[in-house]
Write a protein that binds this ligand. Sequence first.
Ligand SMILES: [Cu+2]
Length: 195
Amino acid sequence: MKTTMVLLCLALVSWGANAQMDHTMKGMNELKTKVADKSAVPTSIMVKHSLLVTSIIDNYLALKNALVEDNSKKAASSGKLLFDALGKFNLSSQSESQQKGLKDILDDAKENAEHISENGDKIDHQREHFEILGTDIKDLIIITGADRTLYQVYCPMFDNKKGGKWLSESNEIRNPLFGSKMSKCGSVTLTITVK
Ligand SMILES: [Cu+2]
């Protein structure tokens, strides 16, 4: 079963790549080169160094690893710790022009973390909120900076093949959106490095 799922996942990844190729065949050569480059090299961005989000990243990654292990109780307790860490973020440490955007991101992240903490018996529900949370945390660290290298990983199978992303401390794939059901589904789409 596991092997079938992994193969299905791989098949979809290559189907996606083929669809992209078909599209570019009809398009201009310039576009073709662009897409080819994109698929060959994962994009990377560099953010400033900051210790302001250390406990947010720590607890996000603990939550992620609990979901990798299919441990919904641990995910709930990490979700609570993450909720608290998000609440402690000092907005006044940031420039005034960034505070409004940051507040929106933090509010959204807190709501997702709260739902995860309150649904220790519903791992699928936790995973839905966790997927959205990954984008919040990425958006947050692009503004605030980070204290370590992070990888954004994409699995095309999540949510009836709409796909889903998360952040990881490692480029080795361990899938928190499916856990042991499809632990190897995913590929690094973005590397976030620290200046
Ligand atoms: Cu919910």
